[in-house]
Design a protein around this ligand. Structure first.
Ligand code: PLP
Length: 384
């Protein structure tokens, strides 16, 4: 059904496909007369908590908001440090700065595994470290078992940036449920998307209570409970934010959640097919392995070329000569102007190498074989 409207001659990096039931669900909200956080948001929270097997799911306006609340709930404040990867979207680190704290960047394992390296994390723990944030790149699990043990040993909070990982697991336990809190993204191009949205998952009652309070101005009761006459006034008991998710987006998420597992299975099948078709291509590395694919939600398909001088030219020719859209996941955050000037230059060899040699190629659940073969053929031609 409805798509993003990309020209049919272009293979987009990502494409959104909504079904009639999604549109009906949103229309019902628009006709209901209640748009801000209310019963559909509560229903989505219950469904997502049960999907994760976690006690609390707090829907918010973005993953960035969820990360901010997770860091605050971990007690991160001015003067503290939080260890984060640099090979991530800037929000992982920006939310640390929102708390008045300093992001300390740690390196990834290497070009075959973009997860945070526990040994490098350990080297960077100091007296001001309060928390560690692990990003599950593309839904492939970071070493959460080792990072959780490390955090326990040093009295630190483990936060998971599970923006890419709405249904991935490690050792039979869903990602986003290993740390004190996990943050999910429902941004437009994510696996489970609604435009803008996020969620904080936790088993900790206090973290959940704080997140629920701070997402809505630290008010003791929300507008919906006054509408339903559960309460008729409120107090403000802290400095909160407007991080609420609204009803149309919650309805869309609830409707799309029903198709999440089959869509992720399809992403895994496409990822395996990419791996088979690209295997043996000279001077190209495919990060992760087949076992990793089975555990991952396969949000994006990264490949790594051997030479940073080649990467940008290959991307340009894929776009101009083959109509194939690609991206870079990610430029290293510690090299961005804002972070370099505020927190100083740093060396993170693996993150820097991947930031200069990675190409993210098209992947979405309804990518068909013909489109995939076009991407593979173009890569063979340009990378030979
Ligand atoms: C790893 C990671 N963390 C955080 C975010 C921020 O998510 P949101 O746009 O929902 O705030 C993103 C989104 O791109 C992301 O990829």
């Amino acid at each position: 059904m409805a798509g993003t409207g990309t020209s049919p001659s272009v293979v987009p990096l990502y494409d959104l496909q909504l079904e009639p039931e999604d549109i009906t669900a949103v229309m019902e909200v628009l006709e209901s007369g209640w748009l801000t956080l209310g019963p559909r948001t509560h229903a989505f929270e219950a469904a997502f908590a049960s999907h994760l097997g976690v006690s609390h799911a707090v829907a918010v306006s973005s993953c960035t908001a969820a990360l901010h609340l997770a860091y605050l709930a971990a007690g991160v404040g001015p003067g503290d440090e939080v260890i984060v990867p640099s090979l991530t979207f800037a929000a992982t680190a920006a939310a640390v700065v929102y708390c008045g704290a300093t992001p300390v960047f740690a390196d990834i394992v290497g070009p075959h595994d973009f997860g945070l390296d526990p040994a490098d994390v350990e080297r960077r723990i100091g007296p001001r470290t309060k928390a560690v944030c692990a990003v599950h790149f593309a839904g492939y699990p970071a070493a959460v078992d080792r990072l959780a043990a490390l955090c326990d040993a040093h009295g630190l909070a483990l936060i998971e940036d599970a923006a890419h990982a709405p249904s991935a697991d490690f050792d039979g336990r869903k990602l986003g449920t290993w740390g004190r809190a996990g943050a999910f993204s429902f941004f437009s191009n994510k696996i489970l998307s609604c435009g803008e949205g996020g969620l904080l998952a936790t088993d900790d009652d206090d973290v959940a209570a704080l997140a629920r309070s701070l997402r809505s101005h630290a008010m003791t009761s929300g507008t919906w409970s006054r509408q339903t006459r559960e309460t008729d006034s409120y107090d403000v008991v802290g400095l909160g934010f407007n991080y609420r998710l609204d009803e149309p987006r919650s309805a869309l998420l609830l409707s799309r959640l029903a198709r999440l597992e089959p869509e992720i299975e399809r992403r895994r099948a496409l990822t395996r097919a990419y791996r088979d078709k690209l295997a043996g291509l000279p001077r190209v590395l495919l990060p992760y392995d087949d076992a990793g694919v089975t555990r991952s939600s396969c949000y994006v398909m990264p490949i790594v070329v051997d030479d940073d001088g080649r990467r940008d030219g290959v991307r340009r020719r894929l776009r101009d000569e083959h109509g194939i859209q690609t991206s870079v996941f990610y430029p290293a955050v510690h090299e961005f102007t804002a972070y370099r000037t505020r927190f100083g230059a740093q060396r993170l060899p693996h993150s820097e190498r991947v930031a200069r040699t990675e190409i993210t190629i098209p992947l979405f659940a309804h990518l068909d074989e013909q489109m995939q073969d076009r991407v593979v053929g173009a890569l063979r031609e340009e990378l030979a």
